[in-house]
Design a protein around this ligand. Sequence first.
Ligand SMILES: CC(C)(COP(=O)(O)OP(=O)(O)OC[C@H]1O[C@@H](n2cnc3c(N)ncnc32)[C@H](O)[C@@H]1OP(=O)(O)O)[C@@H](O)C(=O)NCCC(=O)NCCS
Length: 317
Amino acid sequence: MVEPAKPALSWKPLVVLPMPLVYRPAQADELAATDALVVSSINDLTIRHGFGAMAATSPPNFQLFCLRDDPDGLWVAEEGGGIVGCAWSWTCGDLWFLAQLFVDPAQQGRGIGNSLLERTLEHARKSGAAHKALITFTFNRVSQGLYMRHGFFPRTPIYFFDARREAVRMLPEAVLRAVPIEPDAATMETLATVDRCAIGVSRDKHHRYLLGDLATRGFLFYAGSDPAGYGYIGANGHIGPLAVLWPDNVQDAFAAALRLAAAGTSERISAFLPGACDGALSLAVNQGMRITFPMLLMASPGYGDWTRYLPRNPGFM
Ligand SMILES: CC(C)(COP(=O)(O)OP(=O)(O)OC[C@H]1O[C@@H](n2cnc3c(N)ncnc32)[C@H](O)[C@@H]1OP(=O)(O)O)[C@@H](O)C(=O)NCCC(=O)NCCS
């Protein structure tokens, strides 16, 4: 008996190839997408730890400024056509700062954060940085362990303090005089001197960035006719960065900044205060400001004493 011919296969077996995970430099038109990833990663972390959602998207202006200044500092991890992680670092003089390292919550624990960190650390090596620093969440065990693996160690807690503006009104008598910053050569040199004292490097380009931001006002603080430091106050009532020449001035400079913020129209006043700035911390609690969440400054060994500098935020430092 002749067997009937087998029908020809009308389909081909489907082979699903895994999409490669690619690490590559970030592009300017991806910064809004990386900001959205950062917001979802922060909110996932803070909700898990009982702090609620605390991040919202914002225009990635400083990221763009840094990308144009030095494209080696911004990286993305991409898989299946989507961004699953990002890292961003900037340098000033011999300081390298990790402004962001975030991985999509669904992709964490696969080694993506470590690989992105290695790429940004290459940026530090290329720039010849002597010091490295970052600010992370005190309650994130993963980030702290990962950073320790790469030579960053806890230096000081940083507390995010916040209050309603009306709560901040019994301020002590002004000791320092506040004068709006004019970006002339002499003033820029004064700012550089204060920064070298407070954090070891001049941040000339970052002052120019802040002075060009219409939502932020910068002030020099004087004791008599001598400069003592500077501070920036946002239209949203946020204080920082703020820096002083001497640790003894930090409380008076913070008082001057609080006075300026209290005279504004924002509903809230806020600041990041390092645990080593005793005077500023005392003033904040005495003014009824509340600790909203704790962060941690980690750095390469020996960098900074953090007694004369209030960071603007974890990305700007
Ligand atoms: C922090 C973050 C970027 C890490 O990225 P990731 O891709 O999840 O991390 P990786 O898988 O590359 O590395 C995890 C490493 O953390 C370390 N780690 C994890 N848990 C730890 C713990 N409890 N104690 C000590 N180290 C720990 C280990 O070194 C681990 O590597 P291993 O698993 O090979 O031992 C990511 O988890 C994230 O986005 N978290 C939320 C946002 C955040 O806090 N970002 C940092 C802001 S500065």
